[in-house]
Design a protein around this ligand. Structure first.
Ligand SMILES: Cc1ncc(COP(=O)(O)O)c(C=O)c1O
Length: 465
């Protein structure tokens, strides 16, 4: 269907090249134009209301357009000091306050915070910090980075290399050299028949150790990892996974970088995903819910051991030769600081813990459905994976795009969720009410029924299924 002439959708078709979009389809059909939002709902140019079951892109923790305090924080800051940078030890005071607040909130002792504008940029910056660290320590060969198959760490040249999704690499000449991908800890997909979660976790840790030994431990600098893998399909690690992985990293002096871009700020039922899974990172990256998605800001935190090496080397080199114009932008920092105040005042972690049992009960209630292979989740983030054959876990032919079709059918029921192949990712705003969580899964259930009907009609499922 082509867009209405003179609509914003038509302008979008004519002038806007989007990320993560089929550009030809956008040209033919026009953009999905969102005009405003309220609570967990967004509204489009054609007057439709949608519940956003992915918090925008896993970021709108406080919902859409209904947080006057964040607007006021930005406006107040822009009126007093609309811009200042962080080079040459200058900064807007609000950035120092935000750094203090974050360091005090850290799950393990952290020393300093560094600011960026996006998760990709934060992970990219950490890669440079890790190089700087090992060069300063006189071990220039210790540079290789380990990430995991299906990981998501961003899209820039280096962070995109850490990402373990083929679509991010294909035709972009990624990954760059020196980035290794170890096993994806998805028990349902990669566990062997009869293998327990614990046994699978042991196998993942053994495989990591084998990789480190085959490359040479003195060449491996760091492992980047999300506590729960988000954009790879909401993959909750198997029991004992982090304990076993961290023992291997420790043995070979490999830094652990926890990518808290999705998991941070309450999402998994603790303030940090690292706390939910007993991770003790040396470095952390965060973004998204740091500012409730209202303005772009990301951060890195590092422990004292890492910081001291960077500090001394920066003194030796006269400066730490890395910085970004808008890192620590005062308006973004003011919004992030106010977001953290709101999380504290509203006891957002308690709120997630109170809602999680209902969220997970409704999520797992689909387990018996003939199309559902696995329901997985923690806190307020989850996924439902569709399969062709429940007994064998056989997936549908990717050409059928079953997940993407379910997402399209969910639109007809006023619900936005995200397909990751045939897994449907669900990540509602943290301020959702019980009734909204129920409504989200009611809508999902209707879209799933429509998907089943479509598959039967098109001959891809036996009529009795
Ligand atoms: C875990 C994780 N890390 C990094 C990123 C990249 O963040 P950005 O899109 O802000 O560059 C994302 C984005 O979804 C993410 O989920």
């Amino acid at each position: 269907m082509s867009p209405r002439p003179n609509s914003l959708a038509a302008k979008d078709a004519a002038f806007h090249f989007h990320g993560y979009t089929n550009a030809l389809k956008n040209e033919q059909e026009g953009g999905f134009i969102v005009t405003h939002g309220k609570g967990v709902f967004i509204y489009t140019e054609d007057g439709k209301e949608y519940m956003d079951g992915l918090s925008g892109l896993w970021c709108s923790s406080l919902g859409f357009g209904e947080e006057p305090r964040l607007v006021e924080a930005a406006v107040k800051q822009m009126r007093t000091l609309s811009f200042y940078h962080t080079f040459s030890n200058k900064t807007a005071g609000v950035v120092s306050e935000l750094a203090e607040k974050l360091v005090n909130l850290a799950p393990v002792p952290m020393s300093k915070a560094y600011f960026c504008n996006s998760g990709s940029e934060a992970n990219d910056t950490v890669i440079k910090m890790v190089r700087y660290y090992n060069n300063a320590l006189g071990r220039p060969q210790k540079k290789k980075l380990i990430s995991r198959v299906k990981a998501y760490h961003g899209v820039t040249v280096a962070a995109g290399s850490l990402t373990g999704l083929p679509v991010v690499h294909k035709d972009f000449d990624l990954p760059i050299a020196g980035v290794l991908h170890t096993d994806c800890p998805h028990h349902y997909r990669f566990g062997k028949p009869g293998e327990t979660e614990e046994e699978f976790a042991t196998r993942c840790a053994e495989s990591l150790e084998k990789l480190i030994l085959s490359e040479g431990p003195d060449t491996i600098a760091a492992m980047f990892a999300e506590p729960v893998m988000g954009a790879g399909g909401v993959i909750v690690p198997p029991k004992t996974y982090w304990e076993k992985i961290q023992a291997v990293l420790k043995k070979y002096d490999v830094l652990l970088v926890a990518d808290e871009v999705i998991c941070g700020f309450g999402r998994t039922g603790n303030f940090w995903g690292s706390q939910t899974f007993g991770m003790k990172p040396d470095i952390m990256t965060m973004a998204k819910q740091l500012s409730a998605g209202v303005l772009p800001i990301a951060a890195i935190m590092m422990n004292q051991r890492v910081y001291e090496v960077l500090r001394d080397n920066s003194a030796k080199n006269v400066v730490f030769g890395h910085g970004i114009t808008y890192s620590g932008h005062p308006a973004c920092a003011a919004v992030a600081l106010e977001t953290l105040n709101i999380y504290e005042e509203r006891k957002i972690v308690d709120r997630v813990r109170a809602l999680a049992p209902l969220f997970l009960k409704r999520l797992h209630s689909f387990a018996d459905h003939p199309l559902v292979g696995e329901c997985r989740g923690v806190g307020l983030v989850g996924a439902i994976e569709l399969v062709k054959n429940k007994a064998t876990h056989e997936s549908f032919d990717p050409a059928l795009a079953v997940g993407a079709n379910l997402v399209r059918l969910a639109h007809d029921h006023g619900l936005i969720i995200r397909p990751v192949a045939d897994s449907l990712a669900i990540c509602p705003p943290l301020i959702s009410t019980e009734a909204e969580i129920d409504s989200l899964f009611d809508r999902f259930g209707r879209a799933l029924a429509d998907t089943q009907a479509w598959l039967k009609q098109s001959g891809h499922l036996p009529v009795a299924a």
